[in-house]
Ligand binder design. Structure first.
Ligand SMILES: [Zn+2]
Length: 235
């Protein structure tokens, strides 16, 4: 894993979907993947605090590269919507904004990775896992990670983006109504993040996730910040 150090990408504060650096990165990723098409070489991890946009970036790269985007958030929501034995336990933890135990997340993820392997998937982009050093160590025992991308963003912007999240109750599409426009101060760069608005037929069906309240978002950030240093240091 030490070899990964040189490959750790740190996106600077304020990168947005429309800013050039990320698009340059996606294009160069794309050509290198086409070159290595038959190799199982897209085994990536997206790190960053809750709400930083990992899901959106990972989702776009996943379609571009033809590998599944595996989000622990989605794994959890999938389990919550089932009547499995874990479902009730998960609901309690999530509604309080607490993080799930390593053991629970790892059970969900292992199940998903095995299913993917059986279906001939050629890699993965993990989003939201690992969250702790222990998880990173466990992950390494079962699979290999090629690349770690660590996304960063100002906390006030993260909160605003989290509170702006909306889901279409009909098609499940993810949108964001928050419009970020912060002027640069003292010669620094400003930050503009356009809202990700739904198409007209989804507009009247938007709902907010029950865990996207300001208190829950702040609690998630607080817990994340407690663990952050140790986690990034691992890689
Ligand atoms: Zn819709």
């Amino acid at each position: 894993m030490a070899a990964l150090t040189n490959r750790l990408l740190r996106a600077k504060n304020g990168l947005t979907f429309s800013s050039l650096p990320i698009f340059k990165i996606t294009r160069s990723f794309s050509s290198s993947i086409i070159h290595n098409k038959d190799k199982n070489n897209v085994q990536w991890v997206f790190l960053g605090c809750p709400g930083v946009g990992k899901g959106t970036y990972a989702g776009r790269l996943s379609s571009l590269l033809g590998v599944p985007h595996i989000s622990t958030g989605d794994l959890v929501r999938h389990e919550l919507s089932s009547s499995g034995p874990l479902s009730q336990e998960l609901a309690q933890i999530v509604n309080q904004g607490k993080l799930l135990s390593d053991e629970i997340i790892f059970r969900l993820l292992s199940k998903r990775l095995k299913a993917g392997e059986a279906n001939g998937e050629s890699g993965f982009i993990l989003d939201g896992f690992p969250r702790t050093i222990k998880q990173a160590e466990t992950l390494e025992k079962v699979t290999h990670v090629d690349l770690v991308i660590n996304l960063k963003l100002r906390e006030d912007v993260i909160i605003e983006k989290c509170l702006g999240r909306r889901i279409c109750s009909q098609c499940g599409g993810n949108f964001n109504v928050a419009s970020i426009d912060i002027k640069g101060e003292n010669g620094g760069r400003g930050m503009v993040m356009a809202p990700l608005l739904p198409p007209p037929n989804c507009e009247s069906k938007l709902i907010t996730r029950s865990d996207d309240t300001e208190d829950v978002v702040k609690e998630r950030l607080r817990i994340y910040n407690e663990m952050r240093m140790s986690k990034v240091t691992y890689w």
